[in-house]
Ligand binder design. Structure first.
Ligand code: ADP
Length: 431
Protein backbone atom coordinates (compact mmCIF):
# COMPACT_ATOMS: atom_id res chain seq x y z
CA UNK A 1 0.00 0.00 0.00
CA UNK A 2 1.59 3.28 -1.04
CA UNK A 3 1.47 6.12 1.42
CA UNK A 4 0.09 8.40 -1.28
CA UNK A 5 -3.28 6.70 -0.86
CA UNK A 6 -3.35 8.20 2.61
CA UNK A 7 -2.11 11.63 1.49
CA UNK A 8 -4.46 13.70 3.58
CA UNK A 9 -3.52 12.53 7.07
CA UNK A 10 0.12 12.51 6.04
CA UNK A 11 -0.09 16.09 4.72
CA UNK A 12 -1.80 17.10 7.94
CA UNK A 13 0.99 15.55 9.98
CA UNK A 14 3.61 17.28 7.84
CA UNK A 15 1.86 20.59 8.42
CA UNK A 16 1.85 20.06 12.16
CA UNK A 17 5.49 19.02 12.11
CA UNK A 18 6.41 22.10 10.07
CA UNK A 19 4.51 24.35 12.48
CA UNK A 20 6.21 22.72 15.44
CA UNK A 21 9.64 23.07 13.85
CA UNK A 22 9.00 26.71 12.87
CA UNK A 23 7.91 27.58 16.42
CA UNK A 24 10.98 25.85 17.85
CA UNK A 25 13.30 27.71 15.45
CA UNK A 26 11.74 31.05 16.45
CA UNK A 27 12.30 30.17 20.12
CA UNK A 28 15.90 29.17 19.45
CA UNK A 29 16.58 32.41 17.54
CA UNK A 30 15.07 34.51 20.32
CA UNK A 31 17.18 32.68 22.89
CA UNK A 32 20.31 33.28 20.84
CA UNK A 33 19.57 36.98 20.25
CA UNK A 34 18.82 37.63 23.93
CA UNK A 35 22.00 35.86 25.07
CA UNK A 36 24.14 37.70 22.53
CA UNK A 37 22.64 41.05 23.54
CA UNK A 38 23.12 40.43 27.25
CA UNK A 39 26.76 39.34 26.75
CA UNK A 40 27.44 42.49 24.73
CA UNK A 41 25.85 44.67 27.40
CA UNK A 42 27.97 43.00 30.06
CA UNK A 43 31.19 43.65 28.10
CA UNK A 44 30.16 47.25 27.56
CA UNK A 45 29.53 47.69 31.29
CA UNK A 46 32.96 46.28 32.17
CA UNK A 47 34.66 48.59 29.67
CA UNK A 48 32.75 51.66 30.87
CA UNK A 49 33.40 50.92 34.55
CA UNK A 50 37.15 50.46 33.92
CA UNK A 51 37.29 53.55 31.76
CA UNK A 52 35.71 55.67 34.53
CA UNK A 53 38.14 54.26 37.08
CA UNK A 54 41.26 54.78 34.91
CA UNK A 55 40.23 58.30 33.95
CA UNK A 56 39.92 59.31 37.58
CA UNK A 57 43.25 57.60 38.49
CA UNK A 58 44.95 59.46 35.64
CA UNK A 59 43.40 62.75 36.71
CA UNK A 60 44.61 62.17 40.26
CA UNK A 61 48.09 60.79 39.78
CA UNK A 62 49.06 61.13 36.16
CA UNK A 63 50.47 58.56 33.83
CA UNK A 64 52.73 56.75 36.30
CA UNK A 65 49.92 56.18 38.80
CA UNK A 66 47.64 54.90 36.02
CA UNK A 67 50.35 52.56 34.75
CA UNK A 68 50.79 51.14 38.25
CA UNK A 69 47.03 50.64 38.68
CA UNK A 70 46.72 48.96 35.32
CA UNK A 71 49.59 46.60 36.05
CA UNK A 72 48.24 45.76 39.49
CA UNK A 73 44.80 45.06 38.11
CA UNK A 74 46.06 43.00 35.25
CA UNK A 75 47.59 40.60 37.69
CA UNK A 76 44.36 40.00 39.57
CA UNK A 77 41.44 40.78 37.24
CA UNK A 78 39.85 37.81 35.51
CA UNK A 79 39.49 39.61 32.20
CA UNK A 80 42.38 41.23 30.40
CA UNK A 81 41.80 44.78 29.24
CA UNK A 82 43.68 46.81 26.69
CA UNK A 83 44.52 50.29 28.00
CA UNK A 84 46.10 53.08 25.95
CA UNK A 85 46.71 56.73 26.71
CA UNK A 86 47.14 59.26 23.89
CA UNK A 87 48.50 62.58 25.05
CA UNK A 88 48.22 65.66 22.95
CA UNK A 89 50.92 65.71 20.33
CA UNK A 90 52.65 62.63 21.75
CA UNK A 91 52.88 59.01 20.75
CA UNK A 92 50.21 56.66 22.14
CA UNK A 93 51.36 54.84 25.26
CA UNK A 94 50.06 51.33 25.83
CA UNK A 95 49.83 50.57 29.50
CA UNK A 96 48.54 47.03 29.40
CA UNK A 97 50.85 44.13 28.58
CA UNK A 98 51.23 44.44 24.91
CA UNK A 99 51.29 41.00 23.33
CA UNK A 100 48.38 39.42 21.49
CA UNK A 101 46.19 42.46 20.87
CA UNK A 102 46.87 42.82 17.16
CA UNK A 103 45.19 39.56 16.27
CA UNK A 104 41.95 40.02 18.21
CA UNK A 105 38.86 42.02 17.63
CA UNK A 106 38.50 44.77 20.23
CA UNK A 107 35.53 46.58 21.54
CA UNK A 108 36.64 49.97 22.84
CA UNK A 109 35.50 53.06 24.68
CA UNK A 110 37.47 56.26 25.24
CA UNK A 111 37.29 59.31 27.44
CA UNK A 112 38.96 62.66 26.83
CA UNK A 113 40.25 64.28 29.96
CA UNK A 114 40.38 68.02 30.75
CA UNK A 115 44.01 68.33 29.56
CA UNK A 116 43.11 66.83 26.22
CA UNK A 117 44.56 63.37 26.97
CA UNK A 118 42.61 60.48 25.55
CA UNK A 119 42.24 57.35 27.70
CA UNK A 120 41.15 54.29 25.73
CA UNK A 121 40.01 50.96 27.15
CA UNK A 122 39.43 47.94 24.94
CA UNK A 123 38.17 44.48 25.60
CA UNK A 124 38.64 41.50 23.41
CA UNK A 125 35.39 39.99 22.07
CA UNK A 126 37.04 36.55 21.82
CA UNK A 127 35.53 35.20 25.02
CA UNK A 128 32.08 36.34 23.97
CA UNK A 129 32.43 34.93 20.48
CA UNK A 130 33.56 31.69 22.01
CA UNK A 131 30.49 31.45 24.25
CA UNK A 132 28.20 32.37 21.38
CA UNK A 133 29.82 29.80 19.09
CA UNK A 134 29.21 27.10 21.67
CA UNK A 135 25.67 28.32 22.14
CA UNK A 136 25.14 28.18 18.37
CA UNK A 137 26.38 24.62 18.24
CA UNK A 138 24.13 23.55 21.11
CA UNK A 139 21.07 25.32 19.69
CA UNK A 140 21.78 23.86 16.26
CA UNK A 141 21.89 20.39 17.75
CA UNK A 142 18.63 21.05 19.61
CA UNK A 143 16.95 22.31 16.42
CA UNK A 144 18.05 19.27 14.44
CA UNK A 145 16.80 16.98 17.22
CA UNK A 146 13.46 18.79 17.24
CA UNK A 147 13.09 18.41 13.46
CA UNK A 148 13.93 14.71 13.63
CA UNK A 149 11.65 14.20 16.61
CA UNK A 150 8.75 16.07 14.99
CA UNK A 151 9.05 14.17 11.72
CA UNK A 152 9.47 10.69 13.18
CA UNK A 153 6.85 11.33 15.88
CA UNK A 154 4.41 12.62 13.29
CA UNK A 155 5.16 9.74 10.98
CA UNK A 156 4.69 7.14 13.73
CA UNK A 157 1.46 8.78 14.89
CA UNK A 158 0.12 8.80 11.35
CA UNK A 159 1.11 5.19 10.85
CA UNK A 160 -0.61 3.98 13.99
CA UNK A 161 -3.69 6.11 13.29
CA UNK A 162 -3.85 4.82 9.74
CA UNK A 163 -3.40 1.16 10.60
CA UNK A 164 -7.10 0.35 11.17
CA UNK A 165 -8.03 2.29 8.02
CA UNK A 166 -5.40 0.38 6.09
CA UNK A 167 -6.68 -2.97 7.37
CA UNK A 168 -10.24 -1.97 6.55
CA UNK A 169 -9.29 -0.85 3.05
CA UNK A 170 -7.32 -4.02 2.40
CA UNK A 171 -10.23 -6.18 3.51
CA UNK A 172 -12.77 -4.22 1.47
CA UNK A 173 -10.49 -4.49 -1.54
CA UNK A 174 -10.15 -8.27 -1.09
CA UNK A 175 -13.92 -8.66 -0.65
CA UNK A 176 -14.56 -6.66 -3.81
CA UNK A 177 -11.86 -8.47 -5.78
CA UNK A 178 -12.75 -12.02 -4.76
CA UNK A 179 -16.44 -11.67 -3.91
CA UNK A 180 -15.77 -13.81 -0.85
CA UNK A 181 -17.64 -12.72 2.24
CA UNK A 182 -15.58 -14.80 4.67
CA UNK A 183 -12.88 -12.11 4.86
CA UNK A 184 -12.79 -10.18 8.16
CA UNK A 185 -10.96 -7.08 9.31
CA UNK A 186 -8.47 -7.62 12.16
CA UNK A 187 -9.70 -5.46 15.02
CA UNK A 188 -7.64 -4.57 18.10
CA UNK A 189 -9.11 -4.16 21.58
CA UNK A 190 -9.35 -0.36 21.36
CA UNK A 191 -12.82 1.15 21.01
CA UNK A 192 -12.06 4.36 19.17
CA UNK A 193 -14.17 5.37 16.17
CA UNK A 194 -12.05 3.57 13.57
CA UNK A 195 -12.03 0.28 15.45
CA UNK A 196 -15.76 0.64 15.95
CA UNK A 197 -16.15 1.13 12.20
CA UNK A 198 -14.07 -1.98 11.51
CA UNK A 199 -16.15 -3.96 13.97
CA UNK A 200 -19.38 -2.74 12.33
CA UNK A 201 -17.96 -3.65 8.95
CA UNK A 202 -17.30 -7.19 10.20
CA UNK A 203 -20.85 -7.40 11.53
CA UNK A 204 -22.12 -6.26 8.15
CA UNK A 205 -20.05 -8.97 6.47
CA UNK A 206 -21.51 -11.52 8.91
CA UNK A 207 -25.01 -10.41 7.92
CA UNK A 208 -24.22 -10.46 4.21
CA UNK A 209 -22.63 -13.87 4.52
CA UNK A 210 -25.70 -15.19 6.33
CA UNK A 211 -27.98 -13.73 3.68
CA UNK A 212 -25.93 -15.05 0.79
CA UNK A 213 -25.78 -18.51 2.36
CA UNK A 214 -29.51 -18.63 3.01
CA UNK A 215 -30.27 -17.33 -0.48
CA UNK A 216 -28.00 -19.91 -1.99
CA UNK A 217 -29.69 -22.58 0.13
CA UNK A 218 -33.14 -21.39 -0.94
CA UNK A 219 -32.10 -21.38 -4.57
CA UNK A 220 -30.76 -24.92 -4.28
CA UNK A 221 -34.01 -26.00 -2.65
CA UNK A 222 -36.10 -24.36 -5.36
CA UNK A 223 -34.07 -26.00 -8.10
CA UNK A 224 -34.33 -29.33 -6.34
CA UNK A 225 -38.06 -29.02 -5.73
CA UNK A 226 -38.80 -27.92 -9.28
CA UNK A 227 -37.02 -30.92 -10.71
CA UNK A 228 -39.51 -33.45 -9.37
CA UNK A 229 -42.72 -32.05 -10.93
CA UNK A 230 -40.93 -31.13 -14.16
CA UNK A 231 -39.47 -34.62 -14.47
CA UNK A 232 -42.90 -36.08 -13.87
CA UNK A 233 -44.41 -33.73 -16.45
CA UNK A 234 -41.83 -34.71 -19.02
CA UNK A 235 -42.26 -38.41 -18.22
CA UNK A 236 -46.02 -38.23 -18.64
CA UNK A 237 -45.73 -36.42 -21.99
CA UNK A 238 -43.04 -38.81 -23.23
CA UNK A 239 -45.05 -41.85 -22.27
CA UNK A 240 -48.13 -40.53 -24.07
CA UNK A 241 -46.12 -39.83 -27.23
CA UNK A 242 -44.52 -43.27 -27.21
CA UNK A 243 -47.80 -45.19 -27.03
CA UNK A 244 -50.57 -45.61 -29.58
CA UNK A 245 -52.39 -42.51 -30.78
CA UNK A 246 -55.43 -42.73 -28.55
CA UNK A 247 -57.35 -39.50 -27.84
CA UNK A 248 -58.46 -40.70 -24.37
CA UNK A 249 -54.93 -41.52 -23.31
CA UNK A 250 -53.76 -38.17 -24.66
CA UNK A 251 -56.50 -36.41 -22.72
CA UNK A 252 -55.48 -38.15 -19.48
CA UNK A 253 -51.82 -37.37 -20.07
CA UNK A 254 -52.58 -33.70 -20.81
CA UNK A 255 -54.71 -33.48 -17.65
CA UNK A 256 -51.76 -34.86 -15.67
CA UNK A 257 -49.48 -32.33 -17.32
CA UNK A 258 -51.83 -29.47 -16.40
CA UNK A 259 -51.87 -30.69 -12.82
CA UNK A 260 -48.09 -30.83 -12.61
CA UNK A 261 -47.77 -27.40 -14.23
CA UNK A 262 -50.24 -26.04 -11.69
CA UNK A 263 -48.04 -27.38 -8.93
CA UNK A 264 -44.99 -25.69 -10.40
CA UNK A 265 -46.90 -22.46 -10.93
CA UNK A 266 -48.27 -22.51 -7.39
CA UNK A 267 -44.78 -23.00 -6.08
CA UNK A 268 -43.33 -20.17 -8.17
CA UNK A 269 -46.21 -17.83 -7.31
CA UNK A 270 -45.88 -18.56 -3.61
CA UNK A 271 -42.11 -18.03 -3.78
CA UNK A 272 -42.70 -14.67 -5.45
CA UNK A 273 -45.33 -13.73 -2.87
CA UNK A 274 -42.86 -14.52 -0.08
CA UNK A 275 -40.14 -12.46 -1.75
CA UNK A 276 -42.53 -9.56 -2.27
CA UNK A 277 -43.73 -9.66 1.33
CA UNK A 278 -40.19 -9.92 2.68
CA UNK A 279 -38.86 -7.07 0.59
CA UNK A 280 -41.85 -4.87 1.43
CA UNK A 281 -43.01 -4.83 -2.20
CA UNK A 282 -46.23 -6.74 -1.52
CA UNK A 283 -49.19 -4.39 -2.05
CA UNK A 284 -51.30 -4.44 1.13
CA UNK A 285 -54.71 -2.76 1.14
CA UNK A 286 -54.94 -1.98 4.82
CA UNK A 287 -58.32 -1.71 6.46
CA UNK A 288 -59.98 -2.48 9.79
CA UNK A 289 -60.57 -6.22 9.81
CA UNK A 290 -62.85 -7.84 12.40
CA UNK A 291 -60.96 -10.84 13.83
CA UNK A 292 -64.26 -12.69 14.33
CA UNK A 293 -65.01 -12.55 10.61
CA UNK A 294 -61.47 -13.65 9.78
CA UNK A 295 -61.71 -16.77 11.94
CA UNK A 296 -65.29 -17.63 11.06
CA UNK A 297 -64.78 -17.67 7.31
CA UNK A 298 -61.84 -20.04 7.72
CA UNK A 299 -63.91 -22.09 10.19
CA UNK A 300 -66.60 -22.75 7.59
CA UNK A 301 -63.96 -23.36 4.93
CA UNK A 302 -62.14 -26.05 6.93
CA UNK A 303 -65.08 -27.45 8.92
CA UNK A 304 -65.78 -30.17 6.39
CA UNK A 305 -62.12 -31.17 6.02
CA UNK A 306 -61.84 -31.51 9.78
CA UNK A 307 -65.06 -33.50 9.95
CA UNK A 308 -63.85 -35.85 7.23
CA UNK A 309 -60.70 -36.50 9.31
CA UNK A 310 -62.76 -36.95 12.48
CA UNK A 311 -61.15 -34.00 14.24
CA UNK A 312 -62.79 -31.88 16.92
CA UNK A 313 -62.52 -28.46 15.29
CA UNK A 314 -63.47 -25.44 17.45
CA UNK A 315 -63.31 -21.80 16.41
CA UNK A 316 -63.90 -19.57 19.45
CA UNK A 317 -65.73 -16.27 19.15
CA UNK A 318 -63.67 -13.12 19.54
CA UNK A 319 -66.25 -10.32 19.70
CA UNK A 320 -65.08 -6.75 19.33
CA UNK A 321 -61.50 -7.58 18.33
CA UNK A 322 -60.15 -6.03 15.17
CA UNK A 323 -56.80 -5.50 13.49
CA UNK A 324 -55.57 -3.25 10.69
CA UNK A 325 -54.30 -5.09 7.68
CA UNK A 326 -54.95 -6.66 4.32
CA UNK A 327 -58.05 -8.86 4.75
CA UNK A 328 -57.20 -11.32 1.98
CA UNK A 329 -53.58 -11.79 3.12
CA UNK A 330 -54.55 -12.20 6.78
CA UNK A 331 -57.15 -14.80 5.80
CA UNK A 332 -54.39 -16.59 3.91
CA UNK A 333 -52.26 -16.60 7.09
CA UNK A 334 -55.02 -18.13 9.24
CA UNK A 335 -55.93 -20.59 6.47
CA UNK A 336 -52.35 -21.82 6.19
CA UNK A 337 -52.08 -22.35 9.95
CA UNK A 338 -55.43 -24.19 10.17
CA UNK A 339 -54.55 -26.23 7.09
CA UNK A 340 -51.27 -27.34 8.73
CA UNK A 341 -52.99 -28.08 12.04
CA UNK A 342 -55.54 -30.34 10.35
CA UNK A 343 -52.90 -31.89 8.11
CA UNK A 344 -50.54 -32.79 10.94
CA UNK A 345 -53.19 -34.00 13.43
CA UNK A 346 -54.23 -37.64 13.22
CA UNK A 347 -57.90 -38.68 13.40
CA UNK A 348 -59.50 -38.26 16.80
CA UNK A 349 -57.40 -35.19 17.65
CA UNK A 350 -58.51 -31.61 18.09
CA UNK A 351 -57.82 -28.26 16.46
CA UNK A 352 -58.61 -25.13 18.37
CA UNK A 353 -58.65 -21.54 17.02
CA UNK A 354 -59.03 -18.52 19.32
CA UNK A 355 -58.10 -14.86 19.66
CA UNK A 356 -57.67 -12.44 22.54
CA UNK A 357 -56.36 -9.00 23.30
CA UNK A 358 -52.84 -8.97 24.77
CA UNK A 359 -51.77 -5.47 25.84
CA UNK A 360 -51.98 -3.33 22.65
CA UNK A 361 -51.76 -6.36 20.37
CA UNK A 362 -54.23 -8.95 19.18
CA UNK A 363 -53.06 -12.50 19.59
CA UNK A 364 -54.50 -15.29 17.43
CA UNK A 365 -53.79 -18.88 18.49
CA UNK A 366 -54.09 -21.98 16.33
CA UNK A 367 -53.37 -25.11 18.34
CA UNK A 368 -53.65 -28.79 17.62
CA UNK A 369 -53.07 -32.10 19.37
CA UNK A 370 -51.14 -33.48 16.42
CA UNK A 371 -47.74 -35.00 15.77
CA UNK A 372 -45.88 -31.91 16.95
CA UNK A 373 -42.56 -30.59 15.71
CA UNK A 374 -39.27 -32.03 17.01
CA UNK A 375 -37.13 -29.35 18.72
CA UNK A 376 -34.38 -29.70 16.11
CA UNK A 377 -36.89 -28.89 13.34
CA UNK A 378 -38.48 -25.95 15.12
CA UNK A 379 -35.97 -23.28 14.04
CA UNK A 380 -36.17 -24.40 10.40
CA UNK A 381 -39.91 -24.61 9.78
CA UNK A 382 -39.94 -20.96 8.60
CA UNK A 383 -37.39 -21.59 5.87
CA UNK A 384 -38.53 -21.74 2.29
CA UNK A 385 -39.24 -25.28 1.06
CA UNK A 386 -38.35 -26.79 4.43
CA UNK A 387 -40.41 -29.85 5.29
CA UNK A 388 -40.12 -31.85 8.47
CA UNK A 389 -39.17 -35.50 8.09
CA UNK A 390 -42.42 -36.59 9.73
CA UNK A 391 -44.49 -34.63 7.23
CA UNK A 392 -43.16 -36.13 4.01
CA UNK A 393 -46.26 -38.31 3.72
CA UNK A 394 -48.52 -35.23 3.65
CA UNK A 395 -49.00 -33.08 0.56
CA UNK A 396 -47.30 -29.71 0.74
CA UNK A 397 -44.57 -27.49 -0.69
CA UNK A 398 -42.84 -26.43 2.49
CA UNK A 399 -43.73 -22.83 1.66
CA UNK A 400 -46.82 -22.30 3.84
CA UNK A 401 -45.05 -21.13 6.99
CA UNK A 402 -42.54 -19.01 5.05
CA UNK A 403 -45.46 -17.16 3.52
CA UNK A 404 -47.20 -16.87 6.90
CA UNK A 405 -44.17 -15.28 8.50
CA UNK A 406 -43.47 -12.99 5.53
CA UNK A 407 -47.06 -11.69 5.50
CA UNK A 408 -47.28 -11.25 9.28
CA UNK A 409 -43.96 -9.41 9.37
CA UNK A 410 -45.03 -7.22 6.46
CA UNK A 411 -47.91 -6.23 8.74
CA UNK A 412 -45.46 -5.39 11.51
CA UNK A 413 -46.50 -8.43 13.56
CA UNK A 414 -44.78 -11.59 14.80
CA UNK A 415 -45.54 -15.28 14.56
CA UNK A 416 -44.14 -17.94 16.87
CA UNK A 417 -44.54 -21.68 17.32
CA UNK A 418 -44.51 -23.82 20.48
CA UNK A 419 -44.57 -27.54 20.15
CA UNK A 420 -44.12 -30.80 21.97
CA UNK A 421 -43.35 -33.68 19.66
CA UNK A 422 -46.20 -36.15 19.84
CA UNK A 423 -48.45 -33.84 21.85
CA UNK A 424 -49.32 -30.98 19.58
CA UNK A 425 -48.39 -27.55 18.35
CA UNK A 426 -49.57 -23.99 18.99
CA UNK A 427 -48.94 -21.18 16.55
CA UNK A 428 -49.38 -17.64 17.81
CA UNK A 429 -49.82 -14.64 15.51
CA UNK A 430 -49.48 -11.24 17.21
CA UNK A 431 -50.69 -8.21 15.30
P1 ADP B 1 -45.79 -27.88 4.38
O1 ADP B 1 -46.19 -27.61 3.02
O2 ADP B 1 -44.81 -29.01 4.49
O3 ADP B 1 -46.89 -27.98 5.36
P2 ADP B 1 -45.09 -25.52 5.86
O4 ADP B 1 -44.16 -24.42 5.52
O5 ADP B 1 -46.50 -25.14 6.05
O6 ADP B 1 -44.89 -26.59 4.76
O7 ADP B 1 -44.56 -26.20 7.15
C1 ADP B 1 -43.21 -26.54 7.27
C2 ADP B 1 -43.03 -27.76 8.18
O8 ADP B 1 -43.41 -27.43 9.51
C3 ADP B 1 -43.91 -28.90 7.82
O9 ADP B 1 -43.30 -29.69 6.85
C4 ADP B 1 -44.06 -29.64 9.14
O10 ADP B 1 -42.96 -30.48 9.35
C5 ADP B 1 -43.99 -28.53 10.16
N1 ADP B 1 -45.33 -28.11 10.64
C6 ADP B 1 -46.02 -27.03 10.30
N2 ADP B 1 -47.19 -26.94 10.97
C7 ADP B 1 -47.23 -28.02 11.79
C8 ADP B 1 -48.19 -28.51 12.76
N3 ADP B 1 -49.32 -27.85 13.02
N4 ADP B 1 -47.89 -29.66 13.40
C9 ADP B 1 -46.75 -30.33 13.16
N5 ADP B 1 -45.80 -29.92 12.26
C10 ADP B 1 -46.05 -28.78 11.58
Amino acid sequence: MSSSSYGRPLTLTLWYAALFVAASIVLVLITYALTAASLATRDQQIINASLGEYASVYARGGLSELAATVRAEQRTAPERLFVRVVSRGAEAIVLSDSEGWDTTHLETASARLADGTLVQVGKSTDARQDILARLRATLGLITVSIVVLALTGGWLATQSALQPVRRLTDTVRRVIATGKTDERVQVGPSDDALHELSRLFNTMLDKIEGLVTSMRGALDNVAHDLRTPLTRLRGTAELALAGTADPDRYRDALADCVEESDRVLLMLNTLMDISEAESGAMPLSREMVAVDGLLERNGTLYGDVADAKHLRFVVHKAPGLSVTGDRVRLEQVIANLIDNAIKYTPSGGAVDVSAHRDNDAVSILVSDTGIGIPPEDLPHIWERLYRGDTSRSERGLGLGLSLVRAIVEAHGGTVTARSHAGQGTTFEVRL
